[in-house]
Write a protein that binds this ligand. Structure first.
Ligand SMILES: Nc1ncnc2c1ncn2[C@@H]1O[C@H](COP(=O)(O)OP(=O)(O)O)[C@@H](O)[C@H]1O
Ligand SMILES: [Mg+2]
Length: 233
């Protein structure tokens, strides 16, 4: 594979937290590349650095060392304006706890990031409905999150992550709050985004639901990355 198609290029990537108890390395000297369209699992025990890494890739947190280029954006050197654009247009995030707005309907939740990015509702609405349809949620569009099952909430969050058409999808323990049947459906949809829609998908998990769906597995342990399966025992 040529380096030209690397969507993520991390070199010696480091994020040290300065705490009262001393410095804690969330991510420590990680070097890896992820190619366009790959579905990659990020495995690691609790506290190994998965969420820290995803926050860095999403432009929500800044590295304290090393280099990080995501979809052509140099995240250590980007201006605030570039970062805002990056967070809105380049990455879509899915979280373990769904993070839906409780007072907004499913459709409103899905439309929100596009409206915040400046798109007009008449343009956004059909896009949102198309994503909900793909995710089997058309009949839930007018419902509030509290009226949904966990699996439906997470599929709503996937639709929301897609609304600005980002090339990169980052999912942080997306099946962690779901039973195995709905968790499997969520893992299947995320993998489809890579396999059939050419998006680059990184799924952080310590579960096994997505194991058979991934092109590749990265293992993180004490903030250090390696290629291949992880011993999580
Ligand atoms: N905001 C923070 N301040 C200090 N330490 C943190 C912070 N966030 C994470 N850490 C530490 O960084 C390490 C990695 O955490 P995290 O990325 O949340 O791991 P995971 O998502 O794999 O459970 C842990 O030792 C954790 O305690
Ligand atoms: Mg985490």
């Amino acid at each position: 594979m040529s380096s030209g198609s690397a969507v993520v290029a991390a070199t010696d990537l480091t994020r040290v937290y300065h705490t009262r108890g001393g410095d804690v390395a969330g991510v420590h000297g990680a070097t890896f590349r992820i190619m366009a369209g790959q579905v990659v699992l990020l495995k690691g025990a609790s506290g190994s650095g998965k969420s820290t890494l995803l926050s860095l890739l999403a432009g929500l947190d800044t590295p304290t060392g090393g280099e990080l280029i995501v979809a052509g954006c140099d995240l250590r050197r980007a201006s605030q304006a570039d970062l805002t654009h990056f967070r809105r247009r380049t990455v879509g995030m899915v979280f373990q706890s769904f993070n839906l707005m409780p007072t907004m309907t499913v459709l409103e939740n899905v439309c929100l990031p596009a409206l915040l990015a400046g798109d007009a509702l008449p343009v956004v609405r059909p896009r949102a409905m198309a994503h909900l349809d793909w995710l089997g949620l058309s009949h839930r569009a007018a419902h509030l999150p509290e009226e949904l099952s966990g699996g439906e909430m997470q599929r709503t969050a996937i639709a929301r992550a897609l609304i600005n058409d980002p090339p990169v999808i980052l999912a942080d323990e997306p099946t962690g709050n779901l039973d195995s049947v709905s968790g499997q459906a969520v893992a299947d949809y995320l993998a489809e985004l890579g396999r059939h829609f050419g998006r680059t998908v990184l799924i952080a998990t310590h579960g096994a639901l997505a194991d058979h769906l991934a092109d590749r597995t990265l293992c993180i342990k004490d903030g250090q990355m390696s290629e291949g399966a992880c011993d999580l025992s």
